[in-house]
Write a protein that binds this ligand. Structure first.
Ligand code: AMP
Ligand code: ZN
Length: 107
């Protein structure tokens, strides 16, 4: 069993408030939201950070990014939203399992 927090969330061994799930991807609400709507999109397969993604991950990265507007709209972010991918300690990354923050105000 991985020690990675988001791998445990992806496996369901740590609970989360799920926004979306398929065989490759999980999206769930951030436990410490910085906006009224704030969720994370992660690959189920562990990748440490965007800096650790390889050419083999291109399709998966595209899938994660393409889900952002669809899930944002489903969560009520009709007028737009912000995305962030914190990468590395210098980029403010705290959980070293690649994730896309999607957040904003419903409207
Ligand atoms: P980052 O600084 O980009 O690595 O962000 C990690 C994010 O994960 C933060 O916004 C945390 O609030 C969030 N987080 C940490 N633990 C959990 C958890 N158990 N469930 C949901 N979100 C979490
Ligand atoms: Zn992981």
């Amino acid at each position: 069993m991985s020690a990675c927090l988001f791998c445990k969330i992806a496996a369901g061994t740590i609970p989360s408030k799920i926004v979306y799930e398929d065989e490759d991807v999980l999206a769930f609400h951030d436990i410490n939201p910085i906006a009224p709507v704030h969720f994370l999109i992660i690959p189920k397969r562990h990748i440490d950070s965007l800096a650790h993604a390889t050419a083999d991950d291109e399709a998966l990265l595209g899938k994660l990014l393409a889900l952002a507007p669809r899930l944002a709209a489903e969560q009520g972010l009709k007028n737009g939203f912000k995305t962030a991918i914190n990468t590395g300690r210098g980029g403010g990354q705290e959980v070293f399992h690649l994730h896309i923050h999607v957040f904003g105000h419903p409207g």
